[in-house]
Design a binder for this molecule. Structure first.
Ligand SMILES: CC(C)=CCNc1ncnc2c1ncn2[C@@H]1O[C@H](COP(=O)(O)O)[C@@H](O)[C@H]1O
Length: 235
């Protein structure tokens, strides 16, 4: 309620119907909320009919002629072979590799892209792509539509996604949701630090260490996810 001098000298309708005036309001928070809302609507709408899916994370910088790229392709392939859609961030590197593997195995290959300062396109192996403005909206989609996360070697982006997934599992915000690290040589210093420094100083429970599964074998990664899916279904 507004009274006295706080009563504006025009009405909402008047301002809506008026074409004159500055446009900075477009970038104000209340309007942003509607944009955020529209991203959720578009994301949920585009992904609603996906089959069971797994998200694969990993470096945007992995070269095509590397063993890690090859591992990404094999993971995408193995997931698609048992019917999982493969979701990635839609970018280059490991994301592209996993999309490529999924597509070549006849699976559903999904890329959830993010607007970045430099020009960026979804990689060519994405068959279902959605571009997001907001990181947090995109992250909701990764979690909501995945039966598990697989992280290949990566940098800050990968670590951010990995630890978000772990926190959600640790706090029971998601259930039966395996988090798998692939590339044991790359990840073992981190796993050691988690099980020594973090667990021994009481920053996590000793059992939290087991939330991280490590393997170099794509079929083993798929087995872990299938098992968790079966467990969730009560089989
Ligand atoms: C060449 C280059 C840097 C392109 C960046 N293009 C990107 N496109 C889409 N998702 C991305 C991109 N960079 C980072 N991400 C997100 O962060 C993770 C990789 O970050 P990083 O390279 O590990 O830290 C990915 O799983 C992805 O979800």
């Amino acid at each position: 309620m507004l009274r006295g001098d706080l009563v504006p000298d025009s009405t909402y309708d008047q301002r809506l119907l008026d074409r004159k005036g500055p446009t900075d309001w477009l970038h104000m928070d209340p309007w942003r909320v509607l944009r955020i809302q529209s991203e959720f609507v578009e994301g949920f709408g585009s992904l609603a009919n996906l089959p069971a899916a797994v998200t694969v994370f990993g470096s945007a910088r992995t070269p095509r002629d590397s063993a890690e790229y090859d591992l990404g392709v094999r993971v995408g392939h193995a997931l698609a072979k048992v019917g999982y859609a493969v979701i990635t961030g839609g970018g280059p590197g490991v994301m592209e590799a996993a999309n490529k593997g999924a597509l070549e195995a006849g699976g559903v290959s999904v890329g959830l892209g993010i607007e970045l300062p430099h020009e960026q396109r979804l990689n060519e192996y994405v068959d279902l792509g959605v571009e997001f403005r907001y990181f947090f909206v995109r992250k909701t989609m990764f979690v909501k539509y995945s039966s598990g996360f697989i992280a290949l070697p990566g940098g800050f982006g990968t670590l951010d996604e990995l630890f978000e997934a772990l926190t959600l599992v640790q706090t029971h915000k998601v259930t039966s949701f395996p988090v798998i690290l692939m590339g044991s040589e790359f990840w073992s210093p981190l796993v050691d630090w988690v099980s020594t420094t973090l667990a021994k100083t009481g920053k996590i429970s000793p059992s939290d260490v087991d939330l991280l599964r490590v393997t170099d074998d794509p079929d083993e990664a798929v087995r872990i996810i299938l098992e968790a899916d079966r467990h969730r279904a009560g089989a």
